[in-house]
Design a protein around this ligand. Structure first.
Ligand SMILES: C[S@@+](CC[C@H](N)C(=O)[O-])C[C@H]1O[C@@H](n2cnc3c(N)ncnc32)[C@H](O)[C@@H]1O
Length: 206
């Protein structure tokens, strides 16, 4: 198993989950509304949302409340167990698995309308990110959306080892621009001023 996976599995075993907000991120409902506006989607249309690296999956609540169906995935059994108990309802499924090999999220599920990623890109080392962007591209429907709240860390030695691993706007564009259009990209006005600047991003599969 590679070092980054061992890191995450150990963090969960030790209960060391400092990224966990204990509630949905403030920007999640903003991003869902923004996407609905930009795509002129009918608010009542039921969409299938995939949340990779979902952790305790608090963000699932926003999509479930809006009437959508959610499939979450994480490698950590503790995350999956928590999410399965917290969202015990028919429109929610939590799968234990590695998102880098999730080319089919389940045998029965068709492709998804939205992928929602908060702090997953920076959880993956550089050499795994191209595969991640390819997986995301593969499991999205045509014109499906990759909605993300990435962290950009400052290029200081603290982040060379990771996680979180360094992530820059340039790298993000290199990973996604061939296969996605940028619908919206902005600094997050929801995040605190610190060395981990959050962005709000909505990409559309070409
Ligand atoms: C920084 S946390 C973010 C969790 C969640 N998105 C949130 O906002 O609370 C990154 C998560 O990705 C999961 N993860 C890391 N690598 C993964 C992989 N290859 N496959 C699935 N999950 C992974 C970790 O277990 C962890 O829960």
């Amino acid at each position: 198993m590679d070092d980054s996976k061992t890191y995450w599995l150990d963090a969960w075993k030790e209960g060391n989950t400092p990224w966990d907000l204990k509630k949905p991120h403030q920007a999640t409902s903003y991003l869902l509304n923004r996407y609905t506006e930009l795509r002129l989607r009918d608010n009542k249309e039921k969409l299938h949302v995939f949340i990779p690296g979902a952790g305790r999956a608090h963000d699932a609540q926003v999509f479930l409340d809006a009437g959508h169906k959610v499939t979450a995935m994480d490698i950590a059994p503790q995350a999956v167990e928590y999410g399965q108990k917290a969202f015990f309802q028919k429109d929610f499924t939590y799968l234990k698995g590695d998102i880098l090999s999730a080319f089919s999220i389940s045998q029965s599920a068709s492709k998804v309308d939205i992928i929602f990623d908060r702090a997953v890109l920076c959880a993956l080392p550089h050499q795994q990110r191209l595969t991640y962007s390819q997986v995301c591209h593969h499991i999205l429907k045509k014109h499906g959306a990759f909605i993300s709240i990435p962290f950009y860390t400052m290029p200081t030695p603290k982040y060379w080892q990771g996680p979180p691993f360094l992530l820059s706007p340039k790298e993000l564009m290199e990973l996604f621009s061939d296969n996605f259009y940028v619908l919206s990209m902005e600094y997050s006005r929801f995040s605190k001023e610190n060395e981990m600047q959050e962005y709000l991003m909505i990409l559309e599969k070409k």
